[in-house]
Write a protein that binds this ligand. Structure first.
Ligand SMILES: [Zn+2]
Length: 232
């Protein structure tokens, strides 16, 4: 293993984290070991695509936001007769090992991005043209799943807005759910960039938008959100 840089000794976060630390829980109760509070300040490399949720046996790379030191975060669990036993092991890594892991993280995200973009073509097409609420709901739902993972959705914004305008203000419960879902997806994109907010806002004020659409709740929410971002 490469020699570890000793900057972590001077770092206000890392100096409180041992080289290797373990914690065990049984049925949610801490039984042994303890993660130092400073551990909560570490950031997951490649979040939100990667995360440190303790819902499944998994592993992620963490990094100190202050000095850049890397850590391996490893969660495992075991089913026992008297309840599950959960374990987290946090280990400080050498820069060389950490950088190697970080490279794999970003390569993984890069190829997932590409795959998502290819899959999304069909959803964008559905959003742009389909009159079928179920199809549009499914497409928006799939895009939202990608959004949660941090995939860029800016390419889908025109199609999402088009579907939003087409489905808002229809007196149908399912279509209303559909436009609410699209609203939530668009809201996140708008927050990301004033250019996107401008793009959506212009479409909302376009000639093709009917009065019924303009009177819908979802339309008002989106209109106000755009205005707020543009006012900043
Ligand atoms: Zn540090």
């Amino acid at each position: 293993m490469a020699k570890k840089a000793d900057r972590h000794l001077k770092c206000s976060i890392c100096k409180n984290i041992p080289e290797r630390v373990e914690a065990f829980w049984k049925g949610g109760e801490l039984l042994g070991g303890e993660l130092p509070r400073a551990e909560q300040k570490l950031e997951v490399v490649g979040a939100p695509f990667f995360n440190d949720r303790m819902s499944q046996g998994h592993n992620c790379l963490k990094q100190c936001p202050k000095c850049g030191t890397y850590y391996d975060w490893d969660f495992s669990y075991e089913f026992l007769v008297n309840g599950t036993e959960d374990e987290v092991v946090l280990t400080r890594l050498s820069d060389k090992d950490g950088e190697k892991r970080a490279k794999v993280v970003f390569e993984t995200i890069g190829s997932a991005d590409k795959k998502f973009r290819v899959e999304a073509e069909a959803w964008v097409k559905t959003l742009s043209t389909s009159q079928d609420g179920k199809g549009v709901y499914g497409a928006a739902n799939s895009l939202q799943a990608g959004q949660f993972l941090g995939h860029d959705l800016s390419f889908a914004v025109p199609a999402l807005t088009k579907a939003f305008v087409r489905f808002s203000g229809k007196e149908d419960e399912f279509l209303e759910q559909c436009s609410s879902l699209i609203y939530f997806v668009l809201r996140e994109e708008i927050k990301e960039s004033p250019e996107i907010a401008r793009q959506v806002f212009d479409k909302l004020r376009g000639e093709k938008v009917t009065k019924k659409t303009k009177d819908s709740r979802q339309y008002k929410w989106l209109y106000d959100d755009c205005r707020e971002v543009l006012r900043r």
